[in-house]
Design a binder for this molecule. Structure first.
Ligand code: SF4
Ligand code: FES
Length: 583
């Protein structure tokens, strides 16, 4: 493979790659603003300029390339034997000049800027800029603009890299943004009467290297250095788009794309970016409940579990069947445990996949480009995974057939007990489902309060996608695992844990709720207060990785759960370059 040398570091490249691409691949530090892998190259910011030397075609002796002038590494194609210096005196002088120029009109509002802490201008000012400003004139003041439903523009802070403009032209094909004006009056704008309102609009905020484009949803909500990032998978559609969940103290603050060239590349839809709000909804189910003399009353998990197991057992004892409906919003691991639980309650249990909502049609960006970014009409992340897992346990029927089986003869048919799972981001019960309920004993495991809760015998509060680990299979058949970002809200449990608990109750084993062992913790500095009581579960605790192994061992058809699941690489954490001072 051909190679070049960048600041003394050898970097291999594939023919056609630029010097900057080769540098980025080996982590050689060359500053860059306007370059982005997913966009065309304009070489306008000039911060990546470097000294380039190359072997002479005649003599083979390394000599200054293109007459020795500084070259934009983002635009200069790498060739065998090149020697590049972005840390030489000429390059460093250019970096300082570019930084000084960019900061002439840039406001000093880092303390109130959302981008502070993840701003390229801030980082490069520290690494490549001057420590003092020589500018004594009045800074040009630019307006703040409301560009669309999700994005504000603080023009003052813009460095005119045009990443956002190129995104709307090259990726979404909507071209809402453009550059208007010239010189220091240049600014990004939308065309009159046309808002930045496309399905991918939030990506311009990620693309903006400074705090000029801001997410209305995240504006002033949290300083970025308090956020923790957890790798996730699109929990709302069949895309399998890779995401990062940014959270602090049990609350999600934003969702960003995680680069995966085989799935979503660098982008996500606004639907995925802003669709997490139901996780913190006031309507979350926060307590199990049971029907008592026709009225729904809150209860402890133990009582709800006993009712659920007794109700199913009574129906099965009377010669009826149990129907388990597993939502396509749940993980493969949960489908497995729920399916095993249903088969343990009734060996002849019917298994069904819950409703798979679709809205409109699949769309590609730019429109008509089959190789472009795809947004999916299917609004469930794991219909294929749930079907794959349940199929290994027996025949699987679809939701319409399940509703038909529930309602048969007003409940006098073969189905005597139903376990329904939901976990949709909004109310999901259909009129047909509500009509079908009432005849058979029904347990509902769901996350949001809905009309269904009033129609069933037992309600168990489940956990949202962010409160659990697991695996989703996307529309392309890719199995991708994700991690738990935040703790499960109080008095709710993951569906996998509920299935394990119910199996424990069924088998008469100690379950984690009733037979928890209290342990008194001695003083451990920085851990739990001295003398605090910690409750340890003695029953089996849900662990997604263990369940994947169990599935693969139990069923040959599920061997792929051990060998074919992509697990997320650990996210790189930025290390502070300055010393932390304890106050
Ligand atoms: S708003 Fe941000 S992304 Fe757009 S040109 Fe300005 S600095 Fe670049
Ligand atoms: S990154 Fe090369 S000129 Fe902007």
């Amino acid at each position: 493979m051909p190679s070049i040398t960048i600041n003394g570091v050898r970097a291999e490249f594939t023919p056609g790659q630029t010097i900057l691409q080769a540098a980025n691949a080996v982590g050689a530090a060359i500053p860059q603003y306007c370059y982005h892998e997913g966009l065309s190259i304009v070489a306008s910011c000039r911060i990546c300029l470097a000294e380039v030397w190359a072997p002479s075609a005649k003599t083979g002796v390394v000599e200054p390339y293109m007459g020795g002038k500084l070259l934009p590494t983002c635009q200069t194609t790498a060739s065998e034997g090149m020697v590049v210096y972005s840390d030489g005196p000429k390059s460093v002088a250019n970096q300082k000049a570019v930084m000084e120029y960019l900061l002439i009109n840039h406001p000093l509002d880092c303390p109130v800027c959302d981008q502070s802490g993840e701003c390229f201008l801030q980082d490069y000012s520290y690494q490549y800029g001057r420590s003092v400003s020589r500018f004594e004139e009045q800074k040009v003041k630019q307006p703040k603009k409301d560009l669309g439903p999700h994005v504000y523009l603080y023009s003052d802070r813009c460095i005119m890299c045009t990443r956002c403009v190129r995104f709307t032209r090259e990726v979404t094909g909507t071209a809402e943004l453009f550059v208007q004006g010239r010189g220091n009056k240049e600014e990004i704008d939308v065309f009159p009467g046309i808002a930045l309102d496309n399905e991918l609009s939030g990506n311009v905020v990620d693309l903006c290297p400074v705090g000029a484009l801001l997410d209305k949803d995240f504006l002033f909500t949290e300083r970025v250095w308090f956020l923790r990032e957890t790798p996730g998978i699109d929990p709302l559609t069949a895309s399998g788009d890779n995401i990062e969940i940014h959270h602090n103290e049990g609350r999600i603050h934003r969702v960003k794309p995680r680069t995966n060239m085989a799935v979503n590349r660098w982008w996500i839809t606004d639907e995925v970016r802003y669709g997490w709000k139901f996780v913190h909804s006031e309507a979350r189910l926060r307590s199990p409940s049971r029907r008592q003399y026709g009225t729904r009353v809150s209860c402890e998990f133990e009582r709800a579990y006993d009712d659920a197991v007794a109700g199913v057992a009574a129906a099965v004892g009377a010669g009826k069947r149990l129907l388990l409906v597993v939502s396509p919003m749940l993980t493969c691991e949960e489908a497995w445990l729920l399916g095993r639980m249903a088969k343990a309650m009734d060996a002849g249990a019917l298994l069904a996949v819950g409703p798979v909502p679709t809205v409109g049609e699949d769309r590609t960006f730019p429109p008509g480009d089959p190789a472009g970014f795809k947004a999916y009409a299917e609004k469930a992340p794991n219909a294929r995974g749930v079907r794959r897992v349940l199929s290994a346990l027996g025949e699987v029927i679809d939701f319409d057939a399940a509703v038909g089986a529930m309602g048969r003869d007003g409940g006098r048919g073969e189905v005597g007990a139903i376990i329904l799972t939901g976990n949709y981001p909004s109310e999901w019960g259909t009129a047909a489902l509500e009509r079908a309920l009432g005849g058979a004993f029904t347990v509902l495991i769901d996350t949001l309060e809905s009309g269904l809760c009033e129609r069933v015998d037992v309600v168990l509060p489940g956990a949202s996608f962010a409160e659990k680990a697991g695996t989703f299979e996307n529309a392309r058949g890719m199995l991708q695992a994700f991690e738990q970002a935040i703790p499960v809200i109080e008095m709710a449990k993951t569906e996998g844990q509920i299935a394990l608990d119910l199996m424990s109750v069924l088998e008469g084993r100690p379950d984690p709720v009733r037979d928890a062992a209290a342990v008194v913790v001695q003083t451990t500095v920085g851990q739990v207060a001295a003398g605090a009581q910690v409750t340890l579960a003695r029953g089996r605790v849900f662990n997604a990785a263990d369940v994947r192994g169990e599935m693969a061992r139990a069923k040959e058809a599920l061997g792929v759960m051990a060998t074919g699941v992509t697990t997320p690489a650990p996210l790189a954490r930025q290390v502070a370059e300055m010393e932390m001072v304890e106050l």
